[in-house]
Design a binder for this molecule. Structure first.
Ligand SMILES: *[C@@H]1O[C@H](CO)[C@@H](O)[C@H](O)[C@H]1NC(C)=O
Ligand SMILES: *[C@@H]1O[C@H](CO)[C@@H](O)[C@H](O)[C@H]1NC(C)=O
Ligand SMILES: *[C@@H]1O[C@H](CO)[C@@H](O)[C@H](O)[C@H]1NC(C)=O
Length: 565
């Protein structure tokens, strides 16, 4: 769950304008926006735009007429044009609404400027702003209005407290070009600003994502995208956000399919009661009454982040059900999010196709970090950690399971390091097994699900702080991101091969709901008895191990079951 981000700037490959396909596809002459054609193009009439309007006004200033105004982009990569845009506005702790005109983020006047991140720890104050409901749109140069291509809307991770559209690896150009689809990398309010409103507004961050989808519905046709072909994809808490959207009936018409990468599903959503407990504590930290709007609006970002840290560090002592990883998270409030989407309540009827993936060593970053176990773990310590995590009677079930037992031969060996077993246990408990359970439940509800496990990755910037994550054959949390985006800096042939495979599969999935493509292994649909998890970067299916339905989720329950979230 540790989300370490060192680099902030998005490094975009540069290319000469003349050499780019845009120069060949579009009118090379300077813009004449004052012509009648240009005027007509300002009318929000799709047919007029489709027939009469040039998509690109000029190569040095790629511009697209949208119903909200003219979008200016930059084509500083060879294969896609990037548009930065503010999609929504919101007063502090109030719901967001879609913008009424096309604007660059943060009052920028230069189309190559990148949006400021939402307020968070770990980045410079001048790199963030509360005015952060922006997105980056990557449009392949191969499409034009009428192409009706799909869009992948990416929701970044970072435990609902960190991350942005400009974090490393999220340049959508390569993915857009390789798949012939549009990529939208969005931002949404983080931390207390998105999820702990003193006035009782819940799930503002979820509503921000819906605002972004509403914005896309309006503008995609102008770029060649189909509003009815939006696939939402995200990693870690970004995938938790997607699970929330799958549990939000009012979001259902806004997207057609979903890809959940490395969602820590063990935690479930927050219950309304737990949210109330955390909210009451948080409100107590504030120097204002919860109804004094001018005082609340006057709290500095710095102070707010401090109060948020205090809440994050205290949450587990207030309510055990928050767990360690994402104390601030989406809330099953009963109005927006109406179901836990697990077996603690009747599973709703579902129909959207989903993909659910994990990486091989999800827990590696946490287990091997300096804060946890930088040194070898002896078998006795392993038993204590399991006891401390699972309590009784679950500890005895875990230690009796051959997948998580230290073999007798290793028990008394002074050289035994139990961390690999601990890492496997953490991966299975928090991520992999609840993901498989989710897929089985989804099938039970009538939907289609494809399950996969990455055994090849690309070490995400910052993950090298934990040396385990740089070892050959280890795929830690976030190491799937650059593979999917095709942004691995110097890919090995194995990485390049997997990127090509995943982009082909994502393309097929976004177009048809099925990730099977010629030339690659058959990816079987999950069934209620066997999720058929495909090895991504290897061959064959993944052994169930502790993710057998008779162990995790049954003999040993998930947190969301124990706490009935
Ligand atoms: C816009 O920003 C880019 C990148 O910083 C810079 O190269 C360019 O000169 C700027 N354009 C204008 C018109 O200021
Ligand atoms: C706003 O905050 C400043 C210092 O943080 C304080 O001096 C001022 O009185 C506050 N104003 C209101 C309206 O609360
Ligand atoms: C949270 O804030 C309270 C009140 O200022 C303080 O007493 C407490 O030590 C803080 N806790 C943490 C974990 O920062």
């Amino acid at each position: 769950m540790v989300f370490v981000a060192l680099a902030l700037s998005l490094l975009l490959a540069t290319s000469t304008v003349l050499g780019s396909p845009i120069a060949r596809l579009h009118d090379p002459f300077p813009p004449t926006p004052k012509t009648p054609k240009g005027l007509l193009c300002n009318l929000p009439i799709p047919m007029v735009q489709k027939l009469l309007c040039p998509r690109q006004i000029a190569n040095s200033d790629p511009a697209v007429i949208t119903p909200l105004g003219t979008a200016h982009g930059v084509d500083d990569t060879a294969n896609a044009v990037r548009f930065a845009v503010r999609y929504g506005t919101a007063a502090r702790w109030e719901p967001s609404s879609v913008v009424t005109s096309w604007q660059l983020p943060n009052g920028n006047t230069n189309a190559s400027s990148l949006p400021l991140a939402c307020p968070q720890d770990g980045i410079d104050e001048d790199a963030m702003s509360e005015d952060c409901l922006s997105l980056l749109l990557y449009v392949p140069t191969s499409i034009s209005p009428g192409s009706d291509v799909p869009t992948m809307m990416w929701i970044h991770g970072g435990s609902f407290t960190q991350g942005s559209a400009t974090f490393p690896g999220l340049d959508g150009s390569n993915f857009a070009a390789a798949t012939g689809s549009i990529v939208a990398v969005i931002q949404y309010r983080l931390g207390a600003l998105g999820l702990m409103a003193p006035n009782g507004n819940m799930n503002l961050a979820v509503q921000d994502v819906m605002t972004a989808m509403n914005f896309l519905q309006t503008v995609l046709p102008s770029f060649g995208g189909s509003p009815s072909k939006i696939t939402i994809a995200g990693q870690s808490s970004g995938a938790t956000m997607i699970r929330a959207l799958l549990a939000t009936p009012s979001a259902s018409s806004l997207f057609q399919s979903a890809i959940l990468q490395s969602d820590p599903m063990d935690y479930g959503f927050l219950s309304a009661a737990t949210q109330q407990t955390l909210q009451t504590y948080f409100n107590g930290l504030l120097p204002c009454s919860t109804t004094d709007v001018s005082c609340l609006n006057n709290i500095s970002i710095d102070d707010l982040l401090g109060f948020t840290d205090n809440l994050s560090n205290t949450a587990l002592t207030l309510d055990q059900s928050v767990g360690l990883g994402e104390p601030l998270r989406v809330v099953r409030d009963g109005s927006l999010i109406t179901t836990p989407l697990d077996d603690t309540a009747p599973f709703p009827a579902v129909s959207k196709p989903i993909m659910v993936s994990n990486v091989k060593n999800e827990a590696g970053l946490s287990i091997y970090s300096d804060n946890a176990f930088p040194d070898s773990v002896a078998p006795t310590l392993y038993d204590e950690v399991v006891e401390g995590t699972f309590g009784d009677p679950d500890t005895s079930f875990v230690l009796a399971n051959p997948n998580y037992a230290i073999p007798p031969s290793a028990q008394n060996n002074a050289n035994t390091d139990a961390r690999p077993t601990l890492e496997k246990l953490g991966t299975d408990q928090i991520w992999r097994c609840p993901g498989w359970t989710f897929a089985r439940n989804w099938i039970g509800g009538g939907g289609n699900a494809y399950v996969g496990l990455y055994v090849v990755g690309a070490s995400y910037p910052g993950n090298d702080a934990v040396s385990f994550c740089t070892e050959s054959g280890i795929v830690c949390h976030q190491d799937d991101i650059e593979i999917v985006f095709g942004t691995v800096p110097s890919p090995t042939s194995q990485q390049a091969t997997l990127t090509a495979e995943m982009q082909a599969r994502y393309k097929a999935f976004m177009n048809t709901g099925n990730p099977n493509v010629a030339g690659h292994a058959n990816w079987q649909l999950a069934t209620a008895s066997d999720v058929h998890a495909l090895t991504l970067g290897g061959s064959g299916e993944v052994a169930a191990g502790g993710c057998d339905p008779s162990f995790f989720g049954d003999v040993v329950q998930y947190d969301y079951q124990k706490f009935d979230i």
